[in-house]
Design a protein around this ligand. Sequence first.
Ligand code: BGC
Length: 758
Amino acid sequence: MKRLSLVVICISFIFSAHAQLNDFASKNFSDGYPIKNIDELINNMSLEEKVGQMSQVDLGVIAVGDICNLKNPQQIDLAKLEIALKKYHVGSILNVGCGSGTVSLENWKKIIATIQIENQKSSKFPVPIIYGIDAIHGANYVMGATLFPQQIAQAATWNPQLVKSANEISAYETRAAGIPWNFSPVLDLGRQPLWSRFFETYGEDVCLAKSMAVAAISGLQSNVDNTYHVAACMKHFLGYSFSLSGHDRTPAWISDRELREYFLPTFQAAINSGAKTVMINSGEINGTPVHANYDVLTKLLRDELKFTGVAVTDWEDIYKLVNVHHVAATKKEAVKMAIMAGIDMSMTPNDFEFNELLIQLVKEGSIPQSRIDLSVRRILNLKKELGLFDQVVYLPSSYPDFGSQKFAEVSYNAASEAITLLKNNSNVLPLTNKNEKLFVCGPAANSLNLLNGAWTHTWQGVDSKYNTKGKLTILEALKKNFTASNVSYLEGTSLDSVININSCVSQAKNADKIIVCLGEMPCTEIPGNINDLTLAAAQLKLVDELSKLGKPIILVCCFNRPRIIHSIVNKLDAIVYAYLPGDEGGRAIADCISGAVNPSGKLPFTYPKATNEIVHYDHKASEDLATDFSNNAYQPEFDFGFGMSYTHFTYSDFKVSSDTLSNNEAINVTIKVTNNGKLRGKEVVQLYYKDVVASITPSVKKLAAFEKIELSAGESKVVSMKINKQDFSFINKELKRVTEEGVIELMLLDYKQAIYVK
Ligand code: BGC
């Protein structure tokens, strides 16, 4: 009997939510917010309502059911929602419930609409709820959305325009679900390859990562058109990616100078591009957790960088000041520390204790009301800028391109342009004979999960039941490009143990070429911690054993981070480094192997040869003395910026417009690039420089500018790059960004020219 009435209640709720959703979409939503003027709103809000605006809870707190259940997905629990809205006046909700699961577009609309409808009823002067989500490589928690290559692969395209387009689509498909706030991009620099979130970065170089950051922000945001754009969130301010152990959320020791030299510029560039929100680093730098660091969160972020948007904590990080960092004895002390350090919104996210404690602190006079008003004003401004006071959920018909083939092609282009050809002995690739007998093996050969990595339908991205329908694995795509009956497959190994290597070797005997697809378990954050960069022994053994056959071996790598493969590199004829290329990665890789795609990706990081040889391309000269004083000790497995093509480019006519450079001037560096091969192809022209003598030991080489061009066979183009004094600046001992007077050497492949900077 009980069960029957529950079913009746559920059905009637679903029907009424449906009716409300239609109703909601057609009514003038703006009427539900009688006050839209921010000053007036703040004057009419109680302390409890203001504190509510500063809190963010997880969907799980207000939902019922199992998000992971595709047939009967999670729905809003109206009783729980009422507590969140009426009692605690919560202003923001995030993510999918239970920490994982993908949600249909229709269900998202229902969830968001129900929240907003109930919210409008909950107060005399309601403020719209801002929903935030991790759309990390596309709208990855929305079923059927376009999944792009992960950020590290996007950086490998060296094509900011493509990265902008990917982010535009990501924003469009996130808004299609009714969600206006995306916790992306990650602007932490990838200088610690052990880190489990290395794949979420734009790589190790400041210049490259800065242009990607600007592209991502402009793709996600827009100040004029909210229907198809979202607020970006710069993550994770500051120094999160460079912990000493390489483990997630563990201590980083970074001098103020290095913090500003390497880790700050991406954030600075994003702020200058109008980034609306920022998420804070969960870890500590030099003994101070960033969530409690006034110098970083207020003096640096607000006073110096002039950031005026919203600063949100990372997951439960205020409480972690007590139970992880031990800098606060009680949660109340932790709330005071974080708010006074500069936090605007607490991703609490599982309870309402933050709200109660903050109210107490203000009532006792430990936190001034003016501090609360400052954050509330920023949050209300954000909601206003995003158009939330006017309309919250748009009609599905406004998003005809959601999950379209047109969008998939942009993802395919990004995956294709990311592919970095690291080795191609005797031009073994491309395989132009479509009837060639191919033997395919390895854990990444037939897995969409290993192409996508974490943040794919679920947090860790390991569950195959949510995979996007119709997308091809590498094996499936190879079967389309070659005569299917000539493509045979056996797994060989799982990610870390041998399955059937001996059978692989017997089967491979009949093949003309062997394609080994190696990979890494999709993972991020603490679950992705490792202690050794070396690729799993079982996967290395698979190549070892196959190499004894003496047949050409093509290696395809789908790694979260540059796993050490030194022991097998000499046994391989070709290496196709695909990063985590997303849902279209299988197609892009197969097309690269068959020649439909001419690879043009370049490494956005230095690929190490040994686990303890983490030296970046822009190292100091003294690193070169490390082993034999011969000045060439720096020999990574593959250099930053390296990547081969199926065609051949030659460079000539290197010219620099002036040999001196002073204030407010710019010089033009030009070079002629010719495609001397037989295929159309893309090339990345990379201009480096060296400060010959400087007050802080200069790097042996630093990227100053780059440009990606496309040339038909036989075609030439003159590439012109404009640079100014600022491009040679660095942080001096006084923590000031300066360009010192003296000689700068410009370097473009083998061309070198000295200029004098005044
Ligand atoms: C991650 C963030 C993410 C947040 C919300 C945290 O654990 O560090 O990057 O945005 O969770 O899911």
